[in-house]
Design a protein around this ligand. Structure first.
Ligand code: ADP
Ligand code: MG
Length: 449
C-alpha cells in the first residue's frame, strides 16, 4: 500500500511553494487524503463549494505535485462530505471479499512513455536496453539493472516499459513496486499469522506475475530479511523464465551491505547506467516538456534554464513549470526572461550570490553524516578524507575563491593540498560513478539550499 499521509505531506510541501499563502490556507489546507486506488488519489474536503473552488483554481498544480511525489499517481479526485461517506461505505462492502494481494496489475504514469523520453548521449544505451526488454521480454536481457543519480529518468523508463507492455502484451501481468513497498508487503506477510496472508504475498510476487519491476533497490541495503526474501523471489521468477527489471541510484557494487549472492544475481543480465544529460539533451527535454504541457515560452528562457540546471532533470522540469506558472499568473501568453528572473530569483540569483564555502561545507557534512570539525580537521581515515577532498573540489568548482583561502578553511592546509584534492576528485569522477553521483547530488543540494 502507498503511504498516503506521507505522500500528501510531501505534496503539500511542493504546493506551498507553488500557490499563494492565501490560496494555500483557504483551499489546500482543508484537503485530506483518504484513499489511493488504481493511480487515483482520493482527497476529502469540507464542503461542496470548497471542492468546486479547489478544482477550479488548483487542479493542474495538485495533480502535477502528486505525481511528482509518487509517479504511480496519475490523477486525483476530491470528495465532499457526502461523497466521502458513500465512498467509505462502498469500500467497506468491497473489502469484505477482497484481499490486498489479488491483483498484481498496476497502473503506470501515462506521461512516462518511450515517446516522451528524450534520447541523447547520456542515456542512449539505457534507452536501448529498456526498449529491448519491452519489445522482447523474457529474452536476453534478464535481469535489466538500471542505475544513475536522482532525477535522471530511471522511474520514467520503468513506467515506459510498463506502458509499452500494457499496450503490446496486455495479457502479461506486470508488477511495478518500489523497494519500500516490497519490504512493507514482506513485513506485513510476516506479521500476519494467517497462512492465507503468506500465500497471497507469494502469489503476488511469485505466482501471479510475469514481469517484476523493482525501483530504488538501493534501499534494500542493511535489510537482511528483505534481501533474503528478494533473493528467493528473484531465483523463483528467474527459474520460471520471468522478466526482472531493477532500478537503483548506484551500481550493485556500490550498494553497501548487500549480500554477495544478490550482487551476483543483479549482474547476471545487463547493468546499464544513466548519466547526467549534456546541454543539448537538456534543451531537447525542455522543449519536449513545453510542448507536452502546452507551455508557451520564449526560446532564450529555455536555453537559460538548460544552462543553469545541469544536474537533475526533475529540477529542470520544475524550473520550467515555475517560470510558466509565473507568466500565467500575470495573464501573459508567453513566458519571457522577466518571468524567468522573477520565478527563479530564489533558486538562481540568490543561490549564486549567497553560495558560500560554509554552505558547501554544511552540505558535504550533511550528505556524508560527518561533523564539521572532522571534515576540516586532521583525521586521515578514508571516511573523512574522501568527503574532505570532494568538499575542496566543490568549493574550487562552484566558487571563485583563491586556493590559499580554501586551504585556510580546512585548518590552514597548504594550497597544494587543495590542488591535489581538486585533481584527484576530478579524475575520480571520470572513473567512479559513485563519486560522480555524490558530487552531483551535493552540487544540487548546495544550489537549492
Ligand atoms: P529517477 O527515477 O531517476 O530519479 P525520474 O524517472 O523520476 O528520475 O525522472 C525525473 C523527471 O525527469 C521525470 O518527470 C521524467 O519524466 C523526466 N525525465 C527524465 N529523463 C528524461 C528524458 N530523457 N526525457 C524526458 N524526460 C525525462
Ligand atoms: Mg525514481
Amino acid at each position: 500500500m502507498l503511504n498516503i499521509e506521507d505522500i500528501w505531506l510531501k505534496t503539500c510541501n511542493i504546493l506551498q511553494r507553488e500557490v499563494t499563502a492565501v490560496s494555500y490556507d483557504l483551499w489546500i489546507r482543508s484537503l485530506a487524503p483518504i484513499d489511493y486506488s488504481n493511480g487515483i488519489m482520493y482527497l476529502s474536503t469540507s464542503s461542496e463549494s470548497a471542492k468546486a473552488r479547489v478544482l477550479k483554481l488548483h487542479y493542474g498544480q495538485i495533480k502535477e505535485a502528486l505525481s511528482e511525489v509518487e509517479p504511480q499517481i496519475t490523477d486525483f479526485k476530491v470528495l465532499d462530505p457526502l461523497e466521502r461517506d458513500n465512498y467509505f461505505k462502498r469500500l467497506e462492502e468491497q473489502s469484505q471479499e477482497k484481499s490486498p494481494y489479488t491483483n498484481p496489475i498496476c497502473s503506470f504514469n501515462q506521461k512516462y512513455t518511450f515517446d516522451n523520453f528524450v534520447v541523447g548521449n547520456s542515456n542512449k544505451y539505457v534507452y536501448a536496453a529498456a526498449r529491448g526488454v519491452a519489445e522482447h521480454p523474457f529474452d536476453k536481457i534478464n535481469p535489466l539493472f538500471i542505475y544513475g543519480g536522482v532525477g535522471l529518468g530511471k522511474t520514467h523508463l520503468l513506467h515506459a516499459i510498463g506502458n509499452y507492455l500494457k499496450v503490446n502484451n496486455p495479457e502479461l501481468k506486470v508488477l511495478y513496486v518500489t523497494c519500500e513497498k516490497f519490504t512493507h508487503d514482506y513485513i506485513e506477510s510476516l506479521k500476519s499469522s494467517k497462512a492465507q496472508a503468506n500465500a497471497e504475498y507469494r502469489d503476488k510476487y511469485r505466482n501471479n506475475i510475469d514481469v517484476l519491476m523493482i525501483d530504488d533497490i538501493q534501499f534494500i541495503s542493511n535489510k537482511a530479511g528483505t534481501q533474503e526474501e528478494f533473493f528467493h523471489t528473484f531465483n523463483d521468477l528467474y527459474q520460471k523464465g520471468k522478466q526482472i527489471i531493477i532500478a537503483s541510484d548506484r551500481n550493485p557494487k556500490e550498494i553497501a551491505n548487500l549480500e554477495e549472492r544478490l550482487r551476483s544475481r543483479f549482474s547476471m543480465g545487463i547493468i546499464q547506467d544513466i548519466q547526467v544529460p549534456d546541454y543539448e539533451t537538456r534543451l531537447a527535454i525542455l522543449q519536449k516538456k513545453a510542448q507536452q504541457e502546452h507551455y508557451s515560452v520564449e526560446e532564450d528562457v529555455i536555453s537559460l534554464i538548460a544552462e543553469k540546471c545541469d544536474t537533475n532533470i526533475r529540477e529542470l522540469e520544475g524550473m520550467l513549470g515555475k517560470v510558466c506558472f509565473y507568466a500565467s499568473l500575470l495573464g501573459k501568453p508567453t513566458a519571457n526572461l522577466d518571468d524567468f528572473n522573477e520565478a527563479l530569483k530564489d533558486v538562481i540569483n540568490t543561490s549564486k550570490q549567497n553560495l558560500t564555502a560554509d554552505r558547501i561545507i554544511d552540505c558535504v557534512c550533511k550528505y556524508f553524516s560527518i561533523n564539521k570539525e572532522d571534515l576540516i580537521g586532521k583525521k586521515k581515515n578514508k571516511e573523512i578524507v574522501e568527503p574532505r577532498q570532494i568538499c575542496m573540489y566543490l568549493i574550487c568548482e562552484m566558487l571563485d575563491l583563491p586556493l590559499v583561502s580554501i586551504g585556510e578553511l580546512f585548518g590552514g592546509r597548504d594550497h597544494t593540498t587543495v590542488i591535489h584534492a581538486r585533481e584527484k576528485v576530478s579524475d575520480l569522477i571520470k572513473e567512479n560513478n559513485r563519486i560522480k553521483v555524490e558530487v552531483n547530488d551535493i552540487k544540487s543540494m548546495a544550489n537549492r539550499m
